[in-house]
Design a protein around this ligand. Structure first.
Ligand code: ATP
Ligand code: MG
Length: 459
């Protein structure tokens, strides 16, 4: 199956939290009466009166109050101040505790969105038949991931719950189900196994293999820089996964450290393969322009240009950017907003990885640079080619595809003899000093041999 044309995966709000070089605009937003397109408003009817606060918002305000105080985001006094205002404000029945917390800048819009998403996912997931929800595993730009037990098989699974806004886009939902079912047919030890896609109410979810461990992103955060050997091992496993997926007609389009899971035994599992991505993400990033809301650190130039045919080289670029991040501790290009980062993917020369980490071998740098070539025809064409070079790297052998960059400036210096040598060569032989001792010894030896031969011949 060939996946449909690529929507550039742009909105990645979690990414800019901790990636070096990016300022996160967490500043509270003043008076933001906004309707979050990703929110779960259907599940949270507006509060009819403050005395019902909590019940009128589907329980969100009650949970919200408890959560924000317990996590230290808001003090008891601040919460009380908002509640009191809510009680006194009988004119505006539409105002919620959330609105007031934002207005007073006690919470940022983004913090609120995350809390809503978590609340929604946990509430909804209690309703997925056949599964017992255990806990939240994490959340990204698109969704929240929960750990659950599939009761019939008594196995642990991870369930990715999409927000309600996705159900409004029929094309996306159709693709989500189609690709989800197709992905379930992919089977490889380095790919998170997709099990099924489903729907509960307005929400759609994706059920997959549960991977116990950490993401490569978390590994980078802990280690700052991943040692070369370990990085090569991660890349080999990821390239094997890509090779399998590409052969089956899948292109991931969102390879990044957060989508590479690392088990406790060091096995790599590529996540979200075959999971449809939404065009809305691009729109959302545009709308949030200037806020560094989502930043595409790992996106290929052809995806940025919105080209129609996105093939395996796009995943190789994403894996190259991941490799760069792993071994240097920095993403290849960072900037103040998504457009800035994307512009650099298109135009700015890559800073060689060994400039940031001089301990890296030159061969490994050549491989990373080839993976990150801006023009896809200069990149590894297939994951199989990449794999060959990675295996050479591991064995310490000469690379097959990546070659050292030819620096013309250096070449000129090499073919031009240094001044000193020029002077010596231009000196007349006599002026170059006496004949060397080796030469004298060789002449004496030859004469002695000649005498010996004559004596033997005469005798
Ligand atoms: N199969 C899984 N097993 C265990 N944990 C998982 C699994 N899939 C995802 N997670 C956890 O859930 C988190 C959120 O995953 P999700 O795919 O929603 O977002 P992301 O990949 O971090 O970012 P984005 O939304 O930008 O793709 C991951 O970072 C990971 O910690
Ligand atoms: Mg993911």
């Amino acid at each position: 199956m060939t996946a449909p044309p690529p929507p550039p995966p742009l909105a990645m709000p979690d990414d800019d939290d901790d990636v070096p070089g990016l300022a996160d605009s967490q500043a509270p937003i003043k008076k933001t009466p906004r309707t979050d397109p990703g929110s779960t408003d259907g599940l949270f009817p507006k509060r009819p009166s403050s005395s019902q606060s909590g019940s009128g918002t589907g329980g969100f305000d009650t949970v919200l109050g408890k959560r924000i105080v317990a996590s230290g985001l808001v003090t008891e006094d601040e919460l009380e101040q908002c509640r009191a205002e809510l009680d006194g404000d009988s004119d505006d029945c539409d105002r919620t505790l959330s609105d007031l917390l934002i207005e007073h800048e006690f919470l940022t819009d983004r913090q609120l969105q995350r809390l809503r998403k978590e609340f929604d996912a946990s509430k909804l997931s209690q309703k997925i038949p056949g599964y017992r929800i255990i806990k939240k595993l994490g959340s990204g730009a698109m969704a929240t991931v929960m750990l659950a037990e599939q009761t019939s098989l008594r196995r642990m699974v991870a369930i990715k719950v999409l927000p309600r806004k996705f159900s409004e886009d029929h094309n996306f939902i159709e693709r989500f189900h189609k690709e989800g079912h197709a992905a379930a047919k992919l089977n490889h030890p380095n790919i998170v196994q997709a099990y099924d896609v489903g729907q509960a109410g307005d929400h759609h979810f994706f059920i997959m293999e549960y991977v116990e461990g950490q993401t490569v992103y978390e590994r980078i955060q802990r280690a700052k820089r991943i040692p070369e050997d370990e990085a090569i091992n991660i890349l080999i496993q990821s390239a094997k996964a890509l090779q399998h997926a590409h052969m089956k007609g899948f292109v991931h389009r969102d390879i990044k450290p957060k989508n590479l899971m690392l088990t406790k035994s060091g096995q790599i599992k590529v996540a979200d393969l075959g999971l449809a991505r939404n065009l809305e993400d691009a729109k959302a990033a545009e709308e949030e322009k200037g806020r560094a809301y989502g930043t595409p650190f790992y996106i290929s130039p052809e995806q940025i240009r919105g080209e129609l045919t996105i093939g395996p080289p796009a995943d190789i670029y994403g894996l190259g950017a991941t490799a760069y991040h792993m071994v240097t501790g920095h993403v290849p290009f960072s900037g103040k907003n998504p457009s800035d980062v994307m512009r650099q993917h298109l135009k700015t020369d890559l800073r060689p990885p060994d400039q940031l980490n001089p301990a890296l071998s030159s061969s490994f740098c050549q491989v990373i640079e080839m993976m990150l070539a801006k023009d896809r025809s200069d990149r590894y064409h297939t994951a199989a080619d990449l794999l060959e070079d990675l295996e050479c790297l591991r064995r310490g052998e000469e690379l097959i595809f990546a070659k050292p960059k030819v620096d013309l400036g250096n070449l000129v210096v090499q073919v031009t003899p240094p001044q000193e040598q020029l002077e010596i060569r231009s000196k007349p032989k006599a002026a170059q000093g006496n004949t060397s001792p080796t030469m004298i010894a060789s002449i004496i030896l030859n004469v002695l041999l000649l005498i010996l031969l004559v004596v033997v011949a005469l005798g």
